[in-house]
Write a protein that binds this ligand. Sequence first.
Ligand SMILES: [Zn+2]
Length: 277
Amino acid sequence: MLNNEKALALEYFGKRKTFKQVDKIIDEFARSFISLNGHDRHSITYCIPSLPEGILSFYALNKMNIRANFVSYHFLQTDSDRYISDNESSTLIVFDKFYPLIKESLEKTDVKKIILTSVASFMPFYMKTMAGGDDSIKNVEKMGVKLNPKFEYINMTDFIKDGKKRKDLIASQYKQGETAVHLYTSGSKEKERIAEERRMKSPEELKLLIEEETKQGYIYVKDMNFYQPDRIKDQHGRRWLKCEICGEIKRDNNYIIYRSAHGVNYGRCIACSHREY
Ligand SMILES: [Zn+2]
């Protein structure tokens, strides 16, 4: 970074920013978030295509150690509750063209503030009018969509201006092992999402999480009928077996022999395999 200050970092419709300028803009975005939400640490949900303000404001959140939650409008249309509320987001950044598609489902959420943005928000001044203007709230109204009084709407351009007015010192609050971002690949990629979340965790956090899931898994399977012909799996998709010798129920990684005369859910655990009879 120090050697690249003058190198080109970003170009959008002819607007060019060097790394030094981008660094300054990131801090301005951080100040915009402070202006909007104070030092509230709840995650921010994004529902936008790839736009400079999305990337730059993400880096601002990253610096402030606030999680970003990038969701496609397809998801918010059908699962807004889950994708917003599970992440405890009360602030959304939404692309104006996506807003009509998700507006009804947002009613089910605890969203309070909606920052609307458009393709023009980050364009060079002389191009903005051609692209329909950067008043994203007006753009939504022009589509014949009524704004919902339940929400506070903010124009991206005003949001940006608010940050420029402030002088807060923005120091990096990076903490190892904390989740920086939630990304969703596609509607059915739940496993990948979980994998990504885990990748972000520190070894200690991961160990605690696995212990907790194992405990929950045990509670989930302990009253099941282990004689059933189907493999017994917990709610996390992990296999459990009952030891035919000691009778204990354990995760499959505790077994040497899987399946016995009793069926697929019985085996011989490592401890019992080492014992002599
Ligand atoms: Zn055993």
